[in-house]
Design a protein around this ligand. Structure first.
Ligand code: NAD
Length: 415
């Protein structure tokens, strides 16, 4: 594979895909995007932790060969554009990548680099696990009851970017068409946005969520939607979701309704249920332990992820993944926090935990487990970055790089 301006590592092999399954070599080449703002700080910290976990788990038998690819400010300086083809092709070719946060360029012709990356690579599922680490300050009484994995559809809904500014020729045309041909009565001074949701994208998202729940023996998948109002988009999402469960996983799933008719719910089956979006926000506050995997359209998922993460300690500990059929890009879910850039100050936890998700995806479970346990132990020492320390009694504030050092020490102590 030839790239215009990238230096491929001289050693290492790519992850290949065979029959829809990853074939991960012992020495994979993994592309990374450092990111903008605090990206270089948290990536430098996370990379040390990821390498330490691989070394502890596998000794010299496995090793990652990191491969820098560019997006955001660094890409603009190197290529004169924010998201070069080189980067997209490298991620496609090497299958699994990790990234720091990216600035959304103003006036660069992009809605957002992240949205573009997801759409270009068809990374249709955004996966965000939300779990509690003991000792992390939380605004709720029982944060330990929160253990959610949110599957958010990543390519459609109002995020598709189909909208027209009020007063423009195109907007006027759309309003006129809807009023004249479709029997609507839209005010002439309206702006218009289009919400699209396809059966294909909705089903592939729910399919991934159900597979994940079956493989990891999770108790339920909840379809979160606003179908009582948006019947043919969000309502259809719910119907398509149940259809996937019924037609593709009948022996592994049971609906809440079916289970209600039985004297005892079969524990081996994943319960499929649905909740209206507004009620779901209440539910995760008052009955979080009733929910496990949540599958939801794009906008609901965006809101729900941040609300859920707030219960367990905020954005500094929120990992994420954007996954397609096999291509996957793992990322911290927060932004570039420009006010803190270059200060070696912020929490690298979300990128470190994204790395653990990446290892899980690659089947390197021992390394993934070491990282999660290392984070758990590090937080217990109360030597944490400012965002956690300011709400933790008796905590000592450490720098971003120092926190990585605490996690590495705990990984190295681990058996
Ligand atoms: P942000 O997440 O960058 O920052 C909001 C606040 O959260 C910060 O001021 C800081 O107090 C806190 N914070 C964020 N990350 C932290 C960390 N690791 N440790 C401790 N505290 C942390 O959100 P924003 O200010 O709305 O966005 C800034 C830029 O980031 C924008 O250009 C936006 O488009 C971009 N962005 C990128 C991504 C991404 O790349 N995935 C996601 C969201 C926003």
């Amino acid at each position: 594979m030839k790239f215009e301006k990238l230096n491929v590592p001289l050693e290492g092999k790519r992850i290949e895909v065979e029959g829809g399954q990853l074939r991960v070599p012992a020495n994979p080449i993994l592309p990374f995007i450092e990111g903008d703002g605090i990206g270089p700080d948290i990536w430098a910290a996370a990379r040390r932790v990821l390498d330490a976990a691989v070394k502890k788990a596998f000794g010299s038998a496995r090793r990652i060969h990191w491969f820098e690819v560019y997006a955001g400010g660094k890409a603009r300086d190197r290529y004169g554009e924010w998201l070069p083809q080189d980067t997209l092709e490298a991620i496609r070719y090497y299958t699994v990548a990790i990234k720091g946060p990216l600035t959304t360029p103003i006036g660069g012709g992009y809605r957002s680099l992240n949205v573009t990356l997801r759409q270009e690579l068809d990374l249709f599922a955004c996966i965000r696990p939300v779990r509690y680490f003991e000792g992390v300050p939380s605004p709720v009484k029982r944060p330990q009851d929160v253990d959610l994995t949110i599957f958010r559809e990543n390519t459609e809904d109002v995020y598709a970017g189909i909208e027209w500014r009020e007063g423009t020729e195109k907007c006027r045309k759309v309003v006129e068409f809807l009023n004249r041909e479709m029997g609507c009565s839209i005010a002439a001074d309206s702006a218009i946005g289009v919400k699209t949701m396809s059966a294909r994208a909705s089903k592939q998202l729910v399919r991934k969520a159900i597979r994940y729940a079956i493989e990891r023996k999770k108790p339920s998948v909840t379809l979160m939607h606003k179908g009582n109002i948006m019947k043919y988009t969000e309502g259809a999402f719910k119907e398509w979701g149940y259809q996937v469960a019924r037609e593709e996983f009948p022996e592994f799933t049971i609906t809440e309704e079916e289970a209600g008719k039985l004297a005892k719910r079969p524990a081996s089956k994943v319960m499929i249920k649905d909740r209206i979006a507004d009620s779901m926000f209440q539910q995760i506050l008052i009955r979080p332990s009733d929910y496990s995997v949540v599958a939801t359209p794009n906008l609901n998922g965006d809101y729900l992820s941040d609300a859920a993460v707030a219960q367990v300690g905020g954005l500094g500990l929120a990992p994420g993944a954007n996954i397609g059929d096999t291509t996957a890009v793992f990322e911290a879910t927060h932004g570039t926090a420009p006010a803190y850039a270059g200060q070696d100050k912020v929490n690298p936890g979300s990128l470190i935990l994204s790395g653990a998700m990446m290892f899980e995806y690659m089947g390197w479970l021992e390394a993934a487990d070491l990282i999660v346990e290392g984070m758990r132990q590090a937080i217990r020492t109360k030597r944490v970055t400012y965002d956690l320390a300011r709400h933790m009694e008796g905590a000592i504030t450490v720098k971003c790089s120092e926190f990585a050092g605490v996690v590495i020490a705990k990984i190295e102590e681990g058996s």
